[in-house]
Write a protein that binds this ligand. Structure first.
Ligand code: GDP
Ligand code: MG
Length: 441
């Protein structure tokens, strides 16, 4: 895609704002890219329409090319549709045992994901989990879960041969209560295709177990097909989220966009391998990059180019070359960090930033803190910003009061400034400014 878009965008270069013709032409290529990534056709249509409308007439910033501008609009919209910046974990807000029901086609990865979640709940959430297989269709399906349970050290419901799914569900609920389990994971049977018998079974299990989470497990490699599956389940059981498996394969991630569109539910996890710890929180940014066929780095650089005006970067580079770095510069950096997508996005992007980031994390900082820090520096006098040494206890108190924070937080800002100034000096020593210049130039 990048190549193809590159051509279109070269032609777009040097215009003040994106006109309808420009955008429609670019969108034809985006449409093809989405179809190639296996996004379902109705979803492609809706997406392209939404982005076209947004893009037409939007200003092309001086520091970026129209191509970058459109890529950013497309990318942002994609991230937005995939769930935005919010991380959707499991909802465990219910009276224990909290029931999580897994549904999906045969082979989609339900049983594996059940075990992965069991492990995650035990290790990361410190929860006592219990698992039960309600799959009486496939021979040895219940044994499969039992073996996985042993591997992840999560209890499974003892198997009673011949028992039917609803009775197993009831027994599982009883047993989970008796053993004071926090969470009960119900692994259900799939079919090769969605059929009425399967739906009836899922509905019945849903009504006897009243799950807090009903997770649809979908194989990301099935692309277009996944949409039909999602559609069938959506009307029948109250889905609360989606798990996309086999994201380690060469799927371009189109199924993610389709799932989100059809179910309207968050994609909560991505399965990334057969091993039982191969599960990750779903990352809209990364998947958007994958769908568009652009690396994460490319989009970061584009964000940086958008965020940093060239003159500012140059002025900062000069200061840094001299080993000067005051609180005004820190404040500017913080603003840019926010524009670029926060602390996480910056990791490893700039030399010297890694150190500063480590220092920030050590002092317990996250993105919300960026806003506080800005307020703190804003409450200092220009003189104090140039000479942080001036900030004695009395002045710190004033700054804290002025910014609605605590002296401790003011101290953290000062510590961070020191760390960064130190890092900058080191960059200077290594003569590493060239790398920075290339990134922001
Ligand atoms: P079920 O029929 O829905 O219960 O599917 P299973 O859990 O039995 O999984 C079917 C196959 O897919 C097994 O061989 C799993 O190891 C494999 N599998 C499940 N999730 C993933 C994944 O995220 N990545 C890869 N590579 N394989 C997976
Ligand atoms: Mg299974």
């Amino acid at each position: 895609l990048s190549d193809r878009l590159g051509n279109v965008f070269d032609r777009l270069k040097g215009r003040g704002s994106l006109n309808e013709g420009d955008v429609r032409e670019a969108m034809r290529e985006v449409r093809i890219a989405l179809l190639e990534a296996d996004v379902a056709l109705p979803v492609v249509r809706r997406f392209v329409d939404a982005v076209t409308e947004k893009a037409i007439g939007s200003e092309v910033l001086k520091s970026v090319t129209p191509g970058q501008q459109v890529v950013k609009i497309v990318n942002d919209e994609l991230v937005d549709m995939l769930g935005g910046e919010k991380v959707e974990g499991l909802n465990l807000n219910a009276k224990p045992p909290v029931v999580i029901m897994m549904v999906g086609l045969q082979g989609s990865g339900k049983t594996t994901t059940t075990a992965k979640l069991g492990k995650l709940l035990r290790e990361k959430h410190g929860k006592k989990a219990m698992m039960a297989s309600l799959d009486v269709n496939r021979p040895a399906a219940q044994e499969q879960l039992k073996i996985l349970g042993e591997q992840v050290d999560v209890a499974t419901l003892p198997i009673v041969p011949g028992q039917q799914p609803l009775d197993i569900a009831r027994r599982a609920m009883e047993s989970a209560k008796l053993q004071a389990a926090d969470v009960l994971l119900l692994d259900t049977a799939g079919r090769l295709h969605v059929d009425e018998a399967l739906m009836a079974e899922m509905k019945a299990i849903n009504s006897v177990s009243t799950p807090t989470e009903v997770l649809l497990v979908v194989d990301s490699l099935t692309g277009q097909d996944a949409v039909n599956v999602a559609q069938s389940f959506t009307g029948e059981v109250p889905l609360t989220g989606v798990v996309l498996t086999r994201m380690d394969g060469d799927a371009r991630g189109g199924a993610a966009l389709s799932m989100r569109y059809v179910t309207g539910k968050p994609i909560k996890f991505a399965g990334t391998g057969e091993k039982l710890d191969a599960i990750e929180a779903f990352d809209p940014n990364r998947v958007a990059g994958r769908i568009l066929g652009m690396g994460d780095v490319v989009s970061l650089v584009e964000k940086a180019a958008t965020a940093i005006k060239e003159e500012e970067a140059e002025a900062l580079a000069k200061k840094m070359a001299k080993g000067e770095f005051d609180l005004d510069d820190l404040r500017m950096q913080l603003k840019q960090m926010q524009n670029m997508g926060g602390l996480g996005a910056l990791a490893g992007m700039m030399p010297g930033m890694k150190k500063a980031k480590a220092a920030m994390q050590q002092s317990g900082m996250d993105d919300k803190v960026l806003i506080h820090m800005d307020a703190i520096i804003g409450s200092m006098t220009p003189k104090e910003r140039k000479m942080p040494k001036l900030l004695n206890a009395k002045r710190k108190k004033r700054v804290a009061a002025g910014s609605g924070t605590q002296v401790q937080e003011v101290n953290k800002v000062l510590k961070m400034h020191q760390e960064m100034a130190k890092a900058m000096k080191q960059i200077k020593k290594m003569g590493g400014l060239k790398g920075l210049g290339a990134l922001f130039g």
